[in-house]
Design a protein around this ligand. Structure first.
Ligand code: FAD
Length: 363
């Protein structure tokens, strides 16, 4: 009945649905939630696009990916320049000459580099995250900007966390607050939901439908299946469950037009229970009379919660590899996206992967 059934209407599924529709394939998208867009979904409140699953900024190095993204709705010129708040002071992120000035009073790259060399702790074989971070950026920056935030994110002391969690902490010796280095950056002017909904135009979509609840039925109807749900769930967890880290948001409408003057402020102290405050209107230079903010809390993931980030440790990676070996044997099912491949994917990488996968599917 269908050339292709796509399970999941996240970005991966929507890009593929668009390509399949363009190519004249009979395609069906099945989505278990009540809405399309997966984790980039946003909803309008007080005339403001609220990023329901966390702040999203599109960025890419590749012109083809940028051109593809702009095919559906235009993007604005937003640049992600978050701030950190600690002990009543504000600091620029990512770590750059502004941050060094705020932390140490250094004014030139040479002064900053010297100060950092003096600060860096001597841990040739760091045993935990704290030692690793201190060896990279020194104790002042670690205690002000990294320690509390990381402990809240992981719900554990930095001395109890493995060093591999932070592989590098880029230090920028220019006065540049732009978080991303990519030449193409922005947010869809109309919002992320209209952006992906445009990709789905002309494709049949069934919402509130769990593919796994009727897997055999749907499998019979499809020539190919692109599955972007959780890979362990597809196999009914026969080998065990993959773990995730998760976040939750408390969202509030405030009767002020500008609460914090910037899209994101990280709270890097241990005492404030949330990790970030997101003020959504600043992603689109909003001038509405009210504002909407979300406080982001890191929480341990339990069954039934929304999975956000795959856990990048040996146990979970080994288990994923076992599921991936089963997936390779599938004849008509392809696994894609952050849940299907158990991998953190930025949106530009999702587009690249879906474009590449589509090429392969046509062969
Ligand atoms: P998803 O969006 O998860 O889509 C999968 C879909 O499948 C979901 O809609 C789900 O409901 C559906 N589904 C699952 N199982 C079934 C089933 N059995 N039956 C039917 N449907 C099913 N990327 C950036 O580039 N920039 C950012 O600033 C950025 N910020 C982020 C912030 C946060 C907090 C997080 C968590 C991620 C962020 N990302 C960012 C990454 C971005 O969210 C992902 O790249 C993108 O959402 C992945 O899309 P996907 O289609 O792979 O997965």
């Amino acid at each position: 009945e269908y050339d292709l059934i796509i399970v999941g209407s996240g970005l991966y599924g929507c890009v593929t649905a668009y390509l399949a529709h363009q190519a004249g394939w009979r395609c069906l998208v099945i989505e278990k939630r009540a809405f399309t867009g997966g984790n980039i979904r946003d909803e309008v409140r007080e005339g403001i696009n609220v990023h329901s699953y966390g702040p999203h900024v599109f960025h890419t190095r590749h012109q083809e990916v940028w051109d593809f993204a702009n095919r559906f709705t235009p993007f604005n010129h937003f640049r992600y320049c978050p701030l950190a708040r600690y002990g009543g002071n504000m600091y620029n992120l990512p770590f750059n000459m502004h941050t060094f000035y705020q932390l140490y009073g250094t004014q030139t790259p040479e002064e900053a580099a010297l100060r950092l060399r003096q600060e860096q702790g001597l841990y040739p074989h760091p045993r935990n995250l704290e030692e690793k971070a201190v060896s990279m950026v020194g104790r002042t920056m670690y205690e002000t900007l990294i320690k509390g935030y990381t402990e809240k994110q992981w719900g554990r002391k930095a001395t109890e966390l493995p060093p591999f969690i932070i592989e590098r902490l880029p230090l920028r010796f220019t006065f540049d607050n732009n978080y991303f280095n990519d030449p193409y950056q922005g947010v869809p002017m109309a919002g992320y939901s209209p952006w992906v909904d445009k990709m789905l135009e002309g494709t049949e979509v069934r919402l509130n439908t769990d593919f796994l609840a009727d897997k055999d039925y749907w499998m019979k109807k499809a020539g190919h299946v692109l599955y972007t749900g959780a890979i362990d769930a597809f196999y009914d967890y026969v080998l065990g469950k993959l773990e995730y880290r998760t976040v939750r948001f408390e969202t509030e409408v405030l009767d002020t037009d500008n609460y914090q003057g910037v899209a994101v402020v990280n709270y890097t102290d241990r005492e404030t229970p949330y990790t970030r405050v997101i003020e959504h209107k600043h992603f689109e230079f909003g001038t509405q009379k009210k504002t909407v903010i979300s406080r982001e809390y890191s929480t341990d993931w339990k069954e039934g919660m929304e999975p956000y980030y795959p856990v990048n440790d040996a146990r979970n990676q080994e288990l994923y590899q076992k599921y991936a070996a089963l997936a390779e044997k599938e004849e008509k099912v392809i696994f894609g996206g952050r849940l299907g491949e158990y991998k953190y994917y930025d949106m530009d990488k999702v587009i690249e992967a879906a474009l590449n996968q589509w090429e392969k599917m046509q062969r």
